[in-house]
Design a protein around this ligand. Structure first.
Ligand SMILES: *Cc1c(COP(=O)(O)O)cnc(C)c1O
Length: 344
């Protein structure tokens, strides 16, 4: 029996076409700026995001850490939504690499301009840590794949600019936002000083993320990437997968969203599952387990015995994610098994 792996959109394996593109990539030493395939990918993604420059990095976490260091000084205050990847999933790196503190505001990963303004601390105050950065995650992973409303982003970042506060978009899944919202990546990224995207999530690459921003910021980012050990050599092998994904895997993202919707609608009606269909907007399905049924660890273990892999996100919260290696039929079967495992 083949497993239905809904743990994450990072579990995808490169397709035959992608592997061929990787094998045939033209490469050089990227530290010397000689990897043509990497250079082209950086230029291509910078253009897609409407930014002057971009750098290729090994992981989304490294991209976030580079951006955080680039945009802050030790002792600064960074305003984030609840349960950001930056604070919850990066092993405490922000405290070590950048020495900043975080103020989490809002609900479910999103926040309003009013909440933002109330949390801002002044730049020159003998008591308070200066707020120097606002960080928005879009879509929001632990919020269940919700899209951060673009109108609110514009108001928040206007208030940030007025206070000299810089801005970053953790757009690990920004391609999913573009697929849902009829807005281009450039429109979504425009209000931000810098933005990151992951190639290794819904786009199906084995490795790679990109950070984009102004030419000046990216030249600082390049130095920090070196500092963090993130400079690669013949990285065109990996960048070729990125080009292939942009050519072939962007247009299919709506399939993942439809499959997530299908899973969510099947689960929303079943015993012991509390699921808010309103937050199922992209390729993530987050649901809570009622007190009357087993907890997340037990559900994950039982589902695994039946060939369905999902993640325990909190003691009574389970996450399922759709991606290019699960078909609609597998999602239908996976949802039936999950409903049975939880409801008995
Ligand atoms: C996956 C993810 C990242 C990057 O994580 P890596 O494991 O380093 O690829 C960053 N931000 C968000 C919101 C993510 O979901």
């Amino acid at each position: 029996m083949s497993r239905i792996d809904l743990r994450s959109d990072t579990v995808t394996k490169p397709t035959d076409g992608m592997r061929r593109a990787m094998a045939e990539a033209e490469v050089g030493d990227d530290q010397y700026g000689e990897d043509i395939t990497t250079n082209r990918l950086q230029e291509r993604v910078a253009a897609l995001l409407g930014k002057e420059a971009a750098i290729f990095v090994p992981s989304g976490t490294m991209g976030n850490q580079i951006a955080l260091k680039m945009l802050t000084r030790p002792g600064d205050d960074v305003i984030v939504g609840q349960e950001t990847h930056l604070v919850w999933h990066e092993a405490g790196a922000g405290a070590i690499n950048s020495g900043v503190q975080f103020t989490a505001i809002g609900q479910g990963g999103c926040f309003t301009a009013t909440e933002f303004v109330e949390a801002c601390k002044p730049a020159w105050n003998s008591v308070m840590p200066p707020t120097s950065l606002v960080w928005i995650e879009n879509t929001h992973n632990r919020g269940g794949g919700v899209v951060f409303p673009q109108g609110e982003i514009l108001t928040i970042l206007e208030a940030a600019r007025a206070r000299g506060i810089r801005s970053f978009c953790d757009g690990a899944r920004l391609f999913n936002v573009a697929a849902i919202s009829n807005q281009s990546l450039a429109e979504l990224a425009a209000p931000f000083d810098a933005v990151s995207i992951c190639l290794s999530k819904g786009l199906g690459c084995p490795i790679g993320s990109i950070v984009a921003g102004s030419r000046e910021d990216m030249s600082r980012a390049r130095r920090i990437r070196r500092m963090f050990g993130g400079v690669m050599r013949q990285s065109g092998i990996l960048a070729a997968a990125g080009h292939y994904a942009l050519d072939h895997h962007v247009s299919r993202l709506p399939e993942d969203h439809a499959n997530a919707r299908l899973i969510a609608e099947r689960l929303a009606g079943s015993r012991g599952i509390e699921l808010d269909l309103g937050i199922v907007q992209s390729n993530i399905v987050l649901f809570r387990l009622a007190p009357s049924v087993p907890d997340a660890a037990a559900v994950v273990a039982r589902a695994q015995e039946e060939g369905v892999l999902v993640n325990a996100f909190a003691p009574r919260t389970v996450r399922a994610v759709t991606h290019l290696n699960v078909s609609t039929e597998e999602c239908r079967r996976g949802a039936d098994i999950l409903a049975r495992v939880v409801g008995g």
